[in-house]
Design a protein around this ligand. Structure first.
Ligand SMILES: [Cu+2]
Length: 537
């Protein structure tokens, strides 16, 4: 990780492209030529479920309940969430134990208004420490869910300054003197002074984020404002949050996950051959397998989140007659675009969100529109279906101008340019995923920047790495020296790097001072070192 002038980018980029293929070889056991030739459409290995799987498009789409505040006085909405074990019937007739927010997967949705602060008191009744991060939130550092800011469960108060690394198994007992540990509960305060969008909250504990999300610790958080409400977009029953996540099921109905330590207490990481990412063979939407939803022949607003640990999707909507419907993108991770962008295929990487309008008018009543994943095969090709039930009036619209407040940072605004490589490597004597050649260390400051400064970052990948910055949104400037792709439009907080690709982003570090993170949102990569500290002073 180093700063440099603009001239040195290309040769370095080319070099990392080749190194990337070698990194892939190290990660998956492929030969270098096979890795280069294959240009894989995904990174990771798929677990097979050991229980019978239901046919697609039978279970109805659940909509996560909206959480009621316990108090709304004093200009703040206060919520309480208990993190606890629960069991759910995800597959028909199969009981699956989960780790949950408030007993459900996904957790309850929080609905909030721009600029109206929300405080969530999380109570940890799980058997392990937890950390809550609101992904995409413009949040003061104390509430941003730094991975060592643990909430300890009952009976684990002895571990007061341990980050969660065990001292056995060759772990290095990494110590973080800045960690703020709380016992049993913690209040997270979110000012939500930010563009309206779909956020999500999930566990972010040091070394164990991937298995904790996999077990169910994820929920949605929607921010709205009056300007967006006034646009006339589809709303109410015609606005659907869709949390897409893959999972696999063991013979006893539990979620299968190849953790080295199934108690998720001491030893982080996953077994071979899942080091590059854990994929499931069941596609869940809002916690239901390949669900179906009955719709009117009208426009719908789909608020899509890819909450998968490692699986990428390329979504398309296809009617029973074989017609591909337009996916009209109106928003990105960090809110509304300037104007709509129409896609036939929409790639979505882990942690990305897309705000999309689909119009079911013209689809024959009684027939279906399937949402498919072009990157899947067999059962993972299907995502969900919509059954068009009835004709209806539709007074919704898609304005040609959606927003006028997107930042317009230019390269010449940048105080500096930084380079980061995201590559496979060695850590703690085993396989790791490294940023700039280094595995995450909470005690090392990787980037120091001043509040209010604009920077250009060049991100270079070996395999797929969806890169996420905490606190700030950014714009995509280029991909491998070319223009950004259509789905890079708007303000992002996660950008999907493809194998061998270099992506330039530009952002302004504003909001709050303090210690933040940037990391890969392939959750297995994140747990195996691919995070770095971002100190805003
Ligand atoms: Cu990664």
């Amino acid at each position: 990780m180093r700063e440099h002038d603009a001239g040195r980018g290309l040769s370095r980029r080319r070099m990392l492209g080749v190194g990337g293929a070698l990194g892939l070889m190290a990660a998956t056991g492929l030969s270098a030529s096979a890795a280069l030739a294959r240009r894989p459409s995904f990174t990771g290995a798929e677990l097979r479920s050991a229980v019978p799987l239901p046919p697609p498009f039978q279970v109805s789409l659940p909509i996560p309940a909206v959480l009621k505040p316990v108090d709304t006085s004093g200009g703040t909405d206060r919520y309480e969430i208990t993190q606890r074990e629960a069991s759910a019937e995800i597959l028909p007739g199969v009981k699956t134990p989960l780790w949950t927010y408030e007993g459900t997967f996904p957790g309850p949705t929080i609905e909030s208004r721009r600029g109206r602060p929300v405080t969530v008191t999380h109570r940890n009744e799980l058997p392990v420490p937890t950390v809550v991060h609101l992904h995409g939130g413009r949040t003061p550092a104390a509430s941003d869910g730094y991975p060592t800011d643990l909430v300890l469960p009952e009976g684990r108060h002895d571990a007061a300054t341990n980050t969660g690394h065990g001292s056995e198994h060759g772990m290095d007992g990494m110590h973080d003197p800045r960690a703020v540990i709380t016992k049993l509960t913690r209040d997270y305060t979110f000012p939500l002074d930010q563009r309206p969008t779909l956020l999500w909250y999930h566990d972010h504990r040091m070394d164990f984020t991937a298995p904790a999300i996999w077990r169910g610790l994820a929920g949605l958080h929607i921010v709205r404002d009056d300007a967006e409400d006034d646009l006339g977009l589809p709303a109410g029953q015609r606005e659907l949050p869709l949390m897409i996540a893959d999972r696999a099921f063991a013979a006893d109905g539990s979620l299968a996950y190849p953790a080295l330590d199934p108690t998720l207490r001491e030893r982080p990481g996953v077994r071979e051959p899942y080091l590059a990412g854990v994929l499931g063979d069941v596609i869940l939407v809002n916690g239901a397998p390949w669900p179906v939803h009955e719709v009117d022949a009208a426009r719908y607003r789909l608020r899509i989140l890819n909450a998968s640990n490692a699986r990428h999707y390329e979504l398309e909507a296809v009617s029973d007659e074989g017609r591909r419907l337009d996916l009209v993108q109106i928003g990105a991770d960090q809110g509304l675009l300037a104007e709509p962008v129409t896609h036939r295929l929409l790639p979505i990487a882990p942690a990305e969100r897309y705000d999309v309008i689909i119009d079911f008018a013209g689809v024959p009543i009684g027939s279906r529109v399937r949402l498919l994943n072009r990157l899947g095969s067999g059962r993972t090709h299907d995502v969900m279906a919509f059954r068009v039930a009835r004709h209806t009036a539709d007074d919704s619209r898609i304005p040609r101008t959606l927003s006028t407040d997107l930042p317009t940072w230019r390269r010449s605004d940048a105080a500096r340019v930084r380079d980061f490589s995201f590559r496979a490597g060695r850590m703690r004597g085993g396989h790791g995923w490294l940023i700039g050649g280094l595995p995450f260390d909470p005690a090392r400051t990787d980037v120091t920047t001043r509040l209010g400064e604009v920077e250009v970052w060049r991100l270079v990948a070996d395999v797929h790495h969806p890169i996420h910055l905490h606190l700030v949104g950014f714009r995509v400037l280029s991909r491998s020296g070319r223009s950004p792709l259509p789905h890079d439009a708007g303000l992002k907080d996660t950008v999907a790097l493809r194998p061998g690709e270099a992506v330039e982003i530009i952002t302004r570090f504003d909001g709050y001072r303090g210690r933040y993170l940037f990391h890969c949102h392939n959750a297995e990569h994140e747990d195996m070192g691919m995070m770095a500290n971002l100190e805003i002073i």
